[in-house]
Design a protein around this ligand. Structure first.
Ligand code: ZN
Ligand code: ZN
Length: 296
């Protein structure tokens, strides 16, 4: 809710004219309580979760396998439409019950850390810098939580649910035990808590983070994926390997970048496997990205 009676009052307080984006934000949010603006997050999450994985899901389900197989990381694994739908329904239910419930009670924390809804809107540079910090913080904290979840108790009681998909699909990105969904909410919220932002940046952060997770769980590795231009970005092949190895995996714990695994030595299994695969391809033309014998 913006504390000005009119656009003229807002511009007087800013000391300049509003940009078109600020005028649009003023029109949209001036009479909407901040709590309701915050609750947009759950609706946005559902739209992103429903729409973003759809193109590749349709490609996998409708396109001839010979067309998609060269880009599939595990082309021998193909799920049925019913399996896709079951994944969507199971994940949506957990998201609604956990993220939805969290959303209802976490507003005081959002206010306390200083997520603002007023004017001016942040500049593009400020938004980009904040998103970079959020990615770095989330990647680091998420790395350690994920590593803890691969201890015996953590895996048996919680994390095994996320690993039910040994060959992941986009819809399985947030598929996890409810406790894991809640616990992994903290690394995602830590960045905005350390460097508070505007509500629009807060929404954008969760949108980009979810799209990134859907990308890394897509099961496809396209050579023209623009994320390949991002330095130290893990991507789908990197995380697919973690799912492929499954329970015994002690490699590729980071959710976004590769440097935590490099620094702490938890990418050795992956690098060894890639080297083995390269030799094998030279020898007999293996088609799976991970079709040497399972090892980590
Ligand atoms: Zn894992
Ligand atoms: Zn995963």
């Amino acid at each position: 809710m913006i504390p000005y009676a009119s656009a003229a009052a807002a511009e007087a307080a800013l000391g300049r004219s509003m940009t078109w984006a600020e005028a649009a934000w003023f029109r949209y949010s001036a009479r909407t309580p901040d709590y309701l603006l915050y609750c947009h997050n759950i609706a946005i999450l559902f739209v992103v979760y429903t729409v973003a994985p759809l193109p590749l899901a349709l490609l996998e389900l409708r396109a001839p396998p010979k067309l998609t197989s060269p880009y599939k990381l595990q082309p021998r694994v193909r799920l049925s439409p019913a399996a896709f739908l079951r994944c969507y329904k199971d994940t949506a239910r957990v998201l609604l019950l956990t993220v939805g419930a969290l959303q209802l009670v976490s507003y005081p924390a959002v206010k306390m850390v200083g997520i603002r809804t007023g004017l001016p809107l942040p500049s593009l540079g400020e938004t980009a810098a904040q998103l970079l910090v959020y990615f770095l913080v989330e990647d680091y904290l998420g790395y350690w939580i994920h590593r803890l979840l691969h201890t015996g108790w953590g895996y048996d009681k919680i994390h095994h649910v996320h690993h039910e998909y040994a060959a992941p699909i986009g819809f399985a990105a947030p598929y996890a035990h409810w406790a894991e969904v809640i616990v992994l909410g903290f690394p995602a919220f830590a960045g905005p808590a350390i460097v508070p932002c505007h509500m629009t940046t807060f929404w954008l952060w969760f949108v980009i983070r979810h799209i990134e997770a859907i990308d890394t769980h897509s099961g496809f590795n396209f050579p023209f994926n623009p994320t390949k231009l991002i330095p130290f970005y893990g991507g789908s092949e990197y995380h697919d390997y973690h799912h492929y190895v499954g329970r015994r995996s002690q490699s590729n714990f980071a959710s976004v970048f590769t440097f935590c695994d490099y620094i702490y030595g938890t990418d050795k299994g992956y690098r060894y496997h890639k080297a083995s695969l390269a030799k094998l391809k030279d020898g007999n033309g293996a088609s799976d990205a991970f079709d040497t014998s399972k090892q980590d």
